[in-house]
Design a protein. Structure first.
Length: 244
């Protein structure tokens, strides 16, 4: 159940992987979680699960590539609950291929989801948080924001951009906390769609062998949220010990 210390927390890309694991962890911590994604059947099932386990949650269909969809998601939560405490920009896609394969539609998709989707979230939530004088924006980056692999140039570029955006926003902010969480290989659905089939298969094998559970990332997010309003956890980079 929620308590006086409960927060209203929005999570994008909440239908699987890190987003779903984070919803479970934060609901168990007593927060009210609002889940957004395109796969509403999964969101509905997850909300039912959270409620059965004693948590409070609701959901809304969300396409982060649409500014209007994100604005409606954020403002809808604000209208229903009177505030937004935390926004977790988690939605992401990773379609790996070499640049010379010229999979330009997938480049556009990664830019639209990973970078533009994060910007849409910031644009929708930041004015509401600033007006209230408090809030917390958490952007999910990647260890790919710190090194470039030959088969991941465009994906890395989007995550470098999210890293730069997050740091710039942090420097601008005094009343709104800003956190970047950058996981390495994680057990999720990230490698299951798009990209060069052979490269994606190799990435799936690496994630299966070297990855950490999505719950580990959820725990890191929960740690950042749990700090006092005067303490800003700026950046968390995390990998499984097996990844090295």
């Amino acid at each position: 159940m929620t308590s006086p210390s409960s927060k209203i927390i929005l999570i994008t890309g909440a239908s699987s992987g890190i987003g779903a694991a984070t919803a479970r962890r934060l609901a168990a911590d007593g927060h009210h979680v609002v889940l957004g994604a395109r796969r509403v059947d999964r969101l509905a099932a997850l909300v039912d699960e959270l409620r059965r386990d004693g948590g409070t949650a609701d959901y809304q269909e969300l396409d982060v590539t649409s500014r209007n969809s994100v604005l409606g998601f954020v403002e809808g939560v604000h209208d229903r609950h009177g505030r937004i405490d935390v926004l977790i920009n988690n939605a992401g896609v990773m379609a790996l291929s070499t640049v010379d394969s010229l999979r330009t539609d997938e480049w556009d998709q990664m830019i639209d989801v990973n970078l533009r989707g994060t910007l849409h979230g910031v644009a929708a939530a930041l004015p509401l948080m600033r007006a209230r004088g408090k809030g917390h924006i958490i952007n999910i980056g990647s260890s790919a924001a710190y090194r470039v692999d030959a088969t991941a140039a465009v994906y890395c570029a989007t995550k470098y951009a999210v890293r730069a955006l997050t740091e710039g926003l942090r420097q601008e902010s005094r009343d709104v906390r800003v956190t970047l969480v950058s996981p390495g290989y994680t057990h999720s659905e990230l490698t299951q769609r798009g990209g060069d089939p052979q490269i994606q298969a190799a990435a799936r094998a690496a994630a299966d062998e070297l990855g950490m559970p999505a719950t580990a990332v959820a725990d890191a997010i929960a740690h950042a949220i749990a700090q006092p309003d005067t303490v800003d956890v700026n950046e968390i980079i995390m990998r499984s010990t097996a990844q090295g």
